[in-house]
Design a protein around this ligand. Structure first.
Ligand SMILES: [Fe+2]
Length: 195
């Protein structure tokens, strides 16, 4: 009989978002986000000033297999490329019929979701918000506040990450600051899914 995995706990620092212990830390810098922002000139200008840290992920050490739940904390730093907010790369799950929970710990942000058929869903998040990403929806988060936006994510161990789908097509909408508040706009660079 297979040996049982022992129960365990971790501690999250509610202010910094740091998870302890964690398996690994992922850092995404501006250079990792090439082509993801609409304003390519603003992107180059900002990159010339230094390769800023856009977000950081602390992930727990749990096997990536069915039956497990993986969780991680994400810290998105405040800032914009042109007028588009700092955001995560965004992904679909490789196993698309899997959901995810996002629980906001600090700051303010938005969760943008998109289905393969072009439907878009958009949720504002603040400390205490629990968002449910339903199966089949690609998802991306953005920091729309002036402090760090920190949330915990929980997803099935076998969900996997498909970043390519977003790298190739983008999201149908982008979130930009206009008149001092976040506005959802059509992304002219979006490549729609074939019928
Ligand atoms: Fe996910």
């Amino acid at each position: 009989m297979r040996e049982l995995m022992r129960p365990f706990k971790t501690l999250v620092n509610m202010k910094s978002g740091q998870l302890n212990p964690c398996r690994h830390v992922i850092e995404r810098r501006l250079s990792d986000m090439k082509g993801m922002y609409l304003d390519a000139q603003a992107y180059s200008r900002l990159l010339n000033q230094g390769d800023k840290l856009i977000y950081k992920v602390y992930e727990v050490d749990v096997a990536q297999e069915a039956g497990q739940l993986i969780y991680c904390t994400t810290i998105i730093y405040p800032g914009k490329v042109g007028n588009e907010y700092f955001m995560t790369k965004g992904h679909f799950h490789l196993k698309e019929d899997t959901a995810e929970i996002y629980f906001c710990l600090q700051g303010e942000g938005h969760l943008l979701m998109q289905a393969r058929d072009g439907q878009v869903s958009f949720l504002q998040m603040k400390s205490g918000t629990i968002a449910y990403v339903s199966p089949y929806w690609g998802h991306r988060t953005m920091n729309t506040g002036d402090k760090e936006f920190i949330f915990l994510a929980v997803f099935p161990g076998d969900a996997g990450h498909n970043y390519r789908a977003v790298e190739d097509r983008g999201f149908a909408k982008i979130l930009v600051e206009e008149g001092g508040s976040p506005q959802l706009k059509r992304n002219p660079k979006y490549v729609a899914e074939p019928e």
